[in-house]
Design a protein around this ligand. Structure first.
Ligand SMILES: Cc1cc2nc3c(=O)[nH]c(=O)nc-3n(C[C@H](O)[C@H](O)[C@H](O)COP(=O)(O)OP(=O)(O)OC[C@H]3O[C@@H](n4cnc5c(N)ncnc54)[C@H](O)[C@@H]3O)c2cc1C
Length: 428
């Protein structure tokens, strides 16, 4: 085995020398520092990863297993990105919660594969829960569209069509959305009219299995929290020698190339962040929606529904949903409800303190003030908006920059699939 490993390493060194030749030439500033770095690369090819979310943490496994030296740069003080967790102590109990609620679907095959690899299959528990949605299919075109997209085998056929095209002769339906159009409005804001139908196609095709349709949908959750997955990944990566550097934002790919001479660079950040790292970037980047979650800890559930979307049905109310996570995750020691929504990046929540956000949300929703604790989580880059125009010139998943192969594994350029833990794992 050891011999085989060495052999692989020699082959890789050869590849590295030719593949990154251009970047080496550019970067060969003749400084002593540069010469030192070259000798490191020649010993063991180096893969650099930007972002320690699920995409970054899973994409590196294959490279580390193949004997590469791997370094992950993470801007924040913790790993996990949008699926990160925080320790909570409330009513004398300590436990971990996800900063943003997570549930999974029976068709999330990549998540299941990853859990099996980490010996964590039993941590994914599926349960039937009661959900309450705002009015659903309310216009005849909704039915036609759903039936058509469900029957359609190829998403590319609807890639250049948006809701705006479908409802061309019914403009009021878009100005005052209801049913699934209202859900899309709450997720994407006014831009929902321009979202490619391939996104809707993928939502339908990725979510529902035949079993769900016949027996009713079950939702999955990782118990006791997503922390078990993050811990197991970190353990696996450290056994493979992967280094994770927290609080280490990357601002320039050129600098990475010049200082490290990597064999490959993997970038998993939002796409406009990725774009800012390159001197030349000829593709479009999408607009992003932010999100906030007010997490309330209570002694009893604040509603009998896991997913309660009947609140704030009016178009002006941006609150998407109440997610009673403890109705799905039964291992939580107190009741945990997430209240939140997708908002523009200049929304008032980003200018307010946590206390102001909680006070306003609780009073607007008329929730009784009997919670025993709260947390507020916000992100400006929760969801890209996959409009038809963005899809026409979006960044590719792989390209070569200054002689170095770059994998741009952001959820924003994974079409037609959406953001989601399962899809980020595909990226590995
Ligand atoms: C409100 C909400 C609810 C969700 N619910 C679900 C759900 O129910 N089920 C589900 O499957 N998914 C859900 N998701 C989505 C899921 O969390 C994400 O799709 C997934 O975690 C994305 O992982 P990622 O690694 O692709 O990206 P990210 O998690 O965004 O990771 C990118 C990482 O890059 C880092 N970074 C950014 N800039 C730099 C820089 N310059 N240098 C270094 N590092 C940088 C970031 O700090 C971050 O850690 C939800 C997300 C939100 C916001």
């Amino acid at each position: 085995m050891a011999n085989q490993g060495n052999k692989t390493a020699r082959v890789l060194i050869t590849k590295k020398r030719s593949g990154a030749e251009q970047s080496r030439k550019n970067a060969a500033s003749n400084s002593t520092q540069a010469k030192k770095s070259v000798s490191v690369v020649v010993k063991k090819p180096l893969v650099l990863v930007v972002g320690a979310g699920i995409a970054g943490l899973t994409a590196v496994r294959a490279w580390a297993r193949r004997g590469r030296q791997v370094i992950i740069f993470e801007a924040s003080p913790h790993i996990g990105g949008l699926a990160s967790v925080e320790k909570i102590t409330v009513a004398g109990e300590s436990f971990y919660i996800e900063r943003f609620y997570h549930h999974f679907f029976s068709k999330d095959k990549n998540l299941k594969r990853l859990l099996a690899e980490l010996n964590l299959s039993k941590s994914l528990v599926f349960r039937k829960v009661k959900n309450r949605f705002s009015r659903t299919l309310v216009h005849p075109l909704d039915f036609l569209l759903f039936a058509g997209l469900t029957a359609l085998p190829f998403w590319k056929l609807v890639k250049s069509l948006a809701l705006r095209d479908v409802y061309r002769f019914f403009p009021r339906q878009l100005t005052h959305p209801s049913g699934f159009r209202l859900m899309m409005y709450k997720k994407f804001g006014e831009a929902y009219k321009d979202v490619s139908l391939s996104w809707l196609w993928a939502r339908i095709h990725a979510r529902f299995s035949l079993k769900d349709i016949i027996f009713g949908e079950t939702l999955g959750v990782i118990e006791p929290s997503f922390k078990v997955v993050l811990d197991a990944l970190v353990k696996r990566l450290s056994s493979l020698g992967v280094k994770i550097l927290l609080k280490t934002p990357v601002s320039s790919v050129d600098k990475l190339i010049e200082s490290h001479f990597p064999e490959r660079i993997i970038i998993t950040t939002p796409l406009h962040v990725a774009k800012s790292m390159f001197r030349e970037f000829k593709w479009q980047t999408p607009e992003y929606r932010g999100a906030f979650n007010v997490v309330l800890f209570t002694q009893r559930p604040i509603s009998e529904y896991y997913w309660d979307q009947s609140i704030g049905g009016g178009k002006e109310n941006s609150y998407l949903v109440i997610v009673n996570q403890s109705l799905l995750n039964r291992s939580l020691p107190v009741h945990v409800a997430y209240i939140g929504g997708y908002v523009s990046s200049d929304h008032w929540v980003f200018r307010s303190s946590d206390k102001q956000v909680v006070d306003r949300v609780v009073s607007e929703l008329g929730i009784e003030d009997d919670f025993i604790g709260y947390r507020v989580f916000k992100t400006r880059f929760a969801q890209h908006i996959p409009t038809v125009s963005y899809l026409s010139n979006m960044p590719p998943r792989n390209f070569v920059y200054r002689g170095v192969p770059v994998d741009l594994l952001s959820f924003g350029n994974l079409v037609p699939w959406d953001r989601g833990v399962n899809y980020s794992i595909i990226l590995s």
